[in-house]
Design a protein around this ligand. Structure first.
Ligand SMILES: NC(=O)c1ccc[n+]([C@@H]2O[C@H](COP(=O)([O-])OP(=O)(O)OC[C@H]3O[C@@H](n4cnc5c(N)ncnc54)[C@H](O)[C@@H]3O)[C@@H](O)[C@H]2O)c1
Length: 399
């Protein structure tokens, strides 16, 4: 373990250890800078999240921003001016003319797959924002396409690089915590009506593919699923729209995922609260328990020791915008992606890896066992299935 250890005995005289964990250095150790091949990257979609990609590309070593693209010309031109690059409004034209090594997809959910395919067909590596798709089958086919082309295809799940997440994962895999027997994930956030009203794709089945589950809770569900690291065998969920009258999708979702190894994941997510409370994940493991949020992890072992870690934001890139709840780890994941592109190491969060949570998310939408506000949640979904209950109450989707 990288870091310092501090031991003390509290007042009750019981031997008690608090271990403070520090993140290993970004970049996985020494870099052969001279041998580093410069990668030309392009960003497609210049909306909210793009700043995390643009600042990372323009600050990381060995990178060059070849161009940006947005169908909204003013957004493309503003980004091009800020980052001193070329603007396009058609990504196929960008791909043809600029021939970048890689593209970053920061698009509405339903457009990630078509753009990924266009890039992969032209021999361009792809780093997609989450979710990679709104349909599991499309995502799986695109993973195969990337494999057949021998290209890197990554999906952003930056929360895996938060210090608390890294420590908990390490303690599960090194056996100190051991296997996760049961997990609980809670997200209670607030997204006002104008968050949806101000977007031409959020809050819709065909473009966003769902609501709080596919957009916000996907990060915490991915973390919990990553910690459990087993094959899901069934998904039960209920979806509700309790407060967002102007949107079609759910603002509340809860459910249970059962795994092949006997583990279970209980989840509750809503963006109908008054404020954004910290996301919390609790794990009951073979040798102790863990509680983690964005800010810290507290691990209590059965022998009475406690290990804590505070989040340590990365310091390689300072972003010129963004929301606090996005964290700071985009640059770390983007840096890792390009080390994989250069052939220095294996891609950590590949699209194949991301398929695991994609499958669970799609099952949640395929098989909700109960709904409220049926008039809002009913109707034809993007994958052609009805959302208004052709499956009986209590059905559990098998994955
Ligand atoms: N990792 C995270 O924490 C995080 C946070 C926020 C958003 N996201 C994800 O990032 C993606 C984008 O979200 P956002 O909030 O930036 O959305 P946004 O609506 O602000 O930006 C999307 C942009 O894509 C552009 N666009 C649409 N169609 C296009 C096309 N055919 N070609 C080029 N540009 C096109 C739009 O004009 C818009 O500017 C989503 O998948 C979202 O879930 C991830």
């Amino acid at each position: 373990m990288a870091g310092t250890k501090r031991r003390f005995a509290p007042g009750n005289g019981m031997a008690y250890a608090i271990l403070h964990y520090e993140m290993p250095p970004v970049g996985g150790g020494k870099r052969k800078e001279n041998m580093m091949k410069k990668c030309r990257a392009a960003v497609i979609g210049c909306g909210n999240i793009s700043v995390m990609h643009l600042d990372s590309i323009t600050h990381l070593e060995g990178m060059e921003l070849a161009a940006v693209c947005d169908v909204k010309r003013e957004r493309a031109e503003a980004a091009a001016e800020k980052y001193h690059t070329k603007a396009y409004t058609d990504y196929t034209e960008l791909l043809e003319k600029e021939k970048p090594d890689a593209v970053h997809l920061c698009l509405p959910h339903y457009l990630h797959i078509p753009a990924a395919r266009e890039a992969l067909k032209r021999g361009v590596h792809v780093l997609s924002e989450k979710p990679m798709s709104i349909r599991y089958e499309d995502a799986a086919e695109t993973v195969q396409l990337a494999k057949s082309c021998g290209l890197q295809y990554g999906v952003i799940f930056q929360c895996r690089y938060n210090t608390p997440s890294q420590l908990v994962k390490k303690r599960i895999t090194d056996g100190r915590l051991g296997r996760v027997k049961c997990a609980r994930s809670t997200l209670t956030w607030y997204r006002p009506e104008d968050y949806y009203a101000g977007s031409d794709w959020k809050g819709t089945w065909d473009k966003e593919g769902g609501g709080v589950i596919i957009d916000q809770a996907i990060h915490s569900l991915d973390l919990a699923n990553w910690f459990i690291d087993s094959t899901p065998v069934s998904v039960q969920a209920s979806l509700h729209n309790r407060g967002h009258r102007s949107m079609a999708v759910e603002d509340t979702g809860e459910g249970l995922v059962r795994y092949e190894n006997g583990s279970t994941l209980f989840f509750y997510a809503m963006n109908n609260y008054l404020v954004d409370e910290p996301i919390e994940i609790r794990l009951v493991c073979e040798n102790g328990t863990a509680r983690l949020s964005y800010d810290e992890a507290v691990i209590r072992y059965e022998d009475g020791t406690v290990e804590t870690v505070k989040n340590q934001p990365q310091r390689i890139v300072s972003y010129t915008g963004g929301k606090p709840y996005w964290g700071s780890q985009h640059a770390v994941q983007i840096d890792q992606f390009y080390r994989a592109v250069r052939g220095e190491e294996a891609l950590e969060i590949s699209a194949e890896e991301a398929l695991k949570i994609q499958k669970i998310i799609c099952e949640i939408y395929r098989n909700p066992v109960e709904r409220t506000c049926a008039e809002q949640l009913s109707g034809e979904r993007a994958d052609g299935e009805r959302t208004d209950g052709e499956r009986g109450q209590g059905d559990a989707g098998c994955v």
